[in-house]
Design a protein around this ligand. Structure first.
Ligand code: TXA
Ligand code: MG
Length: 353
């Protein structure tokens, strides 16, 4: 067990001393969790193979699922990749810093450990002053998967990070809850047309506006289990975001969904299960269950995305046996939310109507 240092920082103007302490740890090959605009990441020097190995170990992450490499400036990309396609330049200009991760062909200076032996690399520039200050002060690109134990919901607060990783990492920079709440969109630019491998903070619709042509990979939609045998997106085959409880997602028109969620809640209740319902502001008062939580208003998907992972963790802390979740529309941020819910349910999806 290590002693994990808790470093409180201001999210907008982070204190220089805290950033220096954290950067020293990164430079020495240590592990520091830090906030981004999406979720907290667990950082290591992306060019130090030993540090990256330690990163996988701390998270108990399967070695075939590479992390995202975070840069502090646009030009930092050029050394890490073989080439920067025109489309990438367009997207970087428009969306960076921000919740969009791009897949490139990688250059030779990137250690195999950082990309799990692939010939591609995932890169993004986060939109958070703490993350940017840490990268700058460390003087290296920072490899950072979400700062949770593998398979657990991503952390949106430093407390979530500590729930999973206290004693396993060197430090955490605590700047309060993250803004977006779901991870970045992962876009593969080595495919033609470009393909979204994971929906996230940058919606499909606005990427399409810029690129004209962009596809959604079936695992991004995640409405059924896909057997991926190609090593193109490594993370696709691993279980994700899973709460400890069994989870069911009910999808369809709202009225049908409400009826089915209520019916399932009664069904599990009769079988003596402790039942949780993941509802919305418009519906939460309708249900009789042991624990009913609202993600927020159906009219405010940003709020729903912000609350999602926190509520999944809360259900676990309350010890519910089953969570019944209302499906949401898949437009805009809704697709990212539904991707997480469907995966969290292990694809236990009930379609109604
Ligand atoms: O918002 C985010 O993206 C957060 C914050 C910390 O930046 N990070 C994050 O990282 O969610 P992680 O490691 O939990 O998810 C990275 C995703 C995984 O699904 C992984 O399989 C995929 O990116 N990925 C990484 N390298 C890849 C590559 N070369 N080709 C395809 N997919 C890749
Ligand atoms: Mg993750």
């Amino acid at each position: 067990m290590k002693k994990t240092l808790l470093l409180k920082v201001d999210p907008n103007t982070p204190q220089a001393e805290a950033i220096q302490v954290a950067a020293e740890i990164i430079k020495k090959g240590g592990l520091v969790a830090f906030p981004t605009e999406t979720v907290y990441g667990l950082g290591a020097d992306a060019l130090n193979p030993k540090a990256v190995k330690a990163l996988f170990k701390a998270k108990k992450r399967p070695p075939d699922n590479p992390p995202i490499v975070h840069v502090g400036e646009l030009q930092d990309v050029y050394g890490l990749v073989k080439e920067v396609p025109k489309k990438a330049e367009q997207l970087m200009k428009k969306f960076w810093p921000g919740p969009l991760t791009l897949i490139f062909k990688r250059s030779k200076i990137v250690p195999d450990e950082t990309v799990s032996g692939l010939d591609t690399i995932a890169i993004r520039m986060p939109k958070h002053n703490v993350a940017l200050a840490l990268i700058k002060e460390s003087g290296c690109p920072i490899a950072a998967p979400s700062a949770n134990l593998a398979g657990r919901p991503s952390p949106t607060t430093a407390q979530h990070v500590l729930e999973d990783l206290d004693g396993r990492i060197d430090a955490v920079l605590d700047a309060g809850p993250t803004k977006i709440g779901v991870e970045s969109t992962v876009l593969d630019l080595t495919a033609d047309p470009p393909q979204i491998l994971r929906p996230g903070g940058t919606p499909y619709e606005i990427i399409k506006e810029v690129l004209g042509e962009v596809e959604l990979h079936p695992v991004a939609i995640a409405d059924r289990k896909i057997h991926v045998n190609k090593a193109r997106s490594p993370g696709m085959k691993h279980r994700h975001y899973a709460p400890k409880a069994k989870m069911v997602v009910v999808e369809g028109d709202l009225e049908d969904v409400i009826r089915k969620v209520a019916e399932l809640a009664d069904y599990y209740k009769q079988r003596k299960a402790k039942v949780g319902v993941l509802a919305t502001d418009e519906t939460a008062t309708i249900y009789r269950a042991d624990v009913v939580k609202s993600l927020g208003s159906r009219n405010r998907l940003e709020e729903i995305a912000q609350n999602l992972f926190r509520l999944l963790r809360e259900f676990d802390l309350e010890g519910v046996d089953v969570i019944i979740a209302e499906g949401l529309p898949t437009e805009g941020l809704g697709l990212a939310v539904m991707n997480r819910l469907r995966k969290a349910s292990g694809y236990r999806i009930v379609k109604v109507g």
